[in-house]
Design a protein around this ligand. Structure first.
Ligand code: FES
Length: 430
């Protein structure tokens, strides 16, 4: 039945991917449900009104669920027409019929077709209230504005925030069976959490020294887990904190410290690493626990040959690297400082590696100002399985430092007031 005329439509067009899978305008993603929804509706029409001509205009039919292909074949057998095409416009003619202009992408021809009714598959978009809810719970959102899950393979129904689970279309368009499966998984995870009755805390959580806190609230914005509340002084909810250490690195008053990865402990490691300088260049390397530390380990166990110039210091996330650690290493004679984190988009604390990158770029400016080559600090990314990449990064850094010469020479020139020419080197995202 055509809603505009109230008459039974003699010819119906289903138009797929309207505003979807389009990189310039509309949504770049596939909404995943429209192909099957149109196949279902087209079959219902055909079963009820066998004389109605039904055509589906599609970019490609995505029928990849269980039993979906059979459903697609059934639609073809019922006499539904399929036209692989890109529709560019619809106009209403004087006779009240709709004129469709499209490119037949199998023949490359531009064609017109007349129909009584057009049904558009406009795709799925996040609810406009999602932003309010997301801000309330501190959830992150992807560029397509759906909620981001903690890990696409290992934690598909968990948010970055502990105790918040995401199922179904909240994390992107998906079909009913997958939404039901995710809902069940999320419910099971929530029950497991409640059933235990106790929460295990991360031993490496952050804490605030209320005496030192200047209430700047920088830590509140920076925390990826929304574990810090803007009280006076700031307060870390240790049940929510996962111990990345970004707040401790960012705090301008040094009012935040970490358990087991305290400033004092890391500084002591920096001092020990620079105590004896046998080789040139000497590198102090801060490696994130989850990826690059694993990569360095793998490089060793896989017997990948690389120079022994680096003294590795483990931190939970590259965001934990306080600029003062880097400056202290250079002051004590390290020729270079390497910071290695997870690949961009793969930080276990969401965006710790972005924060580390920003800090390094600021730090490079500081080094330039004090007369040191900014290239003496380098940030790199690798996965835990990329031992060879870590070894290669290290080799490259050693070659760069050899060109720069010992840090002592630069520091000496600086003392004498002869700052060397600043270099324009700056780190780029991979
Ligand atoms: Fe590796 Fe954040 S956890 S960089």
């Amino acid at each position: 039945m055509a809603p505009s005329t109230g008459k039974i439509a003699g010819s119906i067009a289903f138009l797929q991917c309207v505003g979807s899978r389009d990189q310039t305008v509309g949504n770049p993603y596939c909404s995943r449900i429209c192909c099957m929804a149109s196949l279902k509706n087209a079959q219902l029409v055909k079963e009820k009104y066998p004389d109605t001509d039904v055509t589906i205009y599609y970019i490609d039919i995505r029928a990849c669920g269980e039993g979906y292909e059979e459903f697609y074949i059934r639609a073809q057998k019922l006499g539904i027409n399929f036209v692989r095409s890109r529709v560019s416009g619809i106009q209403e003619g004087k006779d009240g019929r709709l004129s469709l202009l499209f490119e037949d992408t199998l023949t490359g021809e531009i064609k017109r077709a007349k129909h009584d009714l057009a049904v558009l598959s406009v795709g799925l978009e996040p609810d406009s209230n999602a932003e309010v809810l997301g801000n309330l719970l501190g959830l992150s959102r992807r560029p397509d504005r759906f909620f981001e899950i903690a890990h696409p393979k290992m934690r598909p129904v968990e948010a970055h925030i502990d105790g918040v689970f995401i199922a179904g279309c909240a994390s992107g368009p998906k079909e009913i069976p997958i939404s039901i499966a995710q809902g069940s998984a999320a419910a099971a995870k929530a029950v497991k959490l409640l059933h235990r009755g106790v929460l295990e805390l991360e031993p490496t959580s952050a804490y605030v020294d209320p005496e030192k806190c200047i209430e700047c609230k920088l830590c509140v914005d920076i925390c990826p887990k929304k574990a810090i509340s803007a009280k006076s002084p700031a307060y870390v909810d240790e049940a929510a904190c996962k111990g990345c250490g970004s707040c401790a690195a960012a705090c301008p008053a040094d009012a935040i410290d970490m358990r087991f990865f305290s400033d004092q402990q890391i500084m002591a490691q920096v001092q020990a690493a620079t105590e004896v300088k046998r080789e040139f260049p000497l590198i102090v390397a801060f490696l994130c626990n989850w990826c690059s530390y694993g990569a360095a380990d793998l490089a060793g166990t896989s017997r990948i040959q690389y120079p022994t110039n680096a003294r590795n210091i483990r931190v939970m996330c590259s965001a934990r690297v306080d600029p003062s650690f880097v400056l202290e290493a250079l002051r004590r004679g390290a020729d270079g400082v390497l910071i290695a984190g997870c690949r961009i988009g793969e930080c276990h604390y969401r965006d710790g590696n972005y924060q580390a990158l920003q800090r390094v770029n600021v730090l490079k400016g500081v080094l330039e100002k004090i007369g040191l080559d900014p290239g003496r600090v380098k940030i790199v990314w690798c996965a835990a399985s990329e031992g060879e990449i870590y070894a290669q990064d290290l080799r490259e850094f050693i070659a760069e430092l050899k060109e720069m010469g010992p840090v002592g020479t630069e520091l000496k020139k600086r003392k004498e007031g002869e700052h060397p020419e600043p270099s324009a080197r700056s780190e780029e995202e991979p």
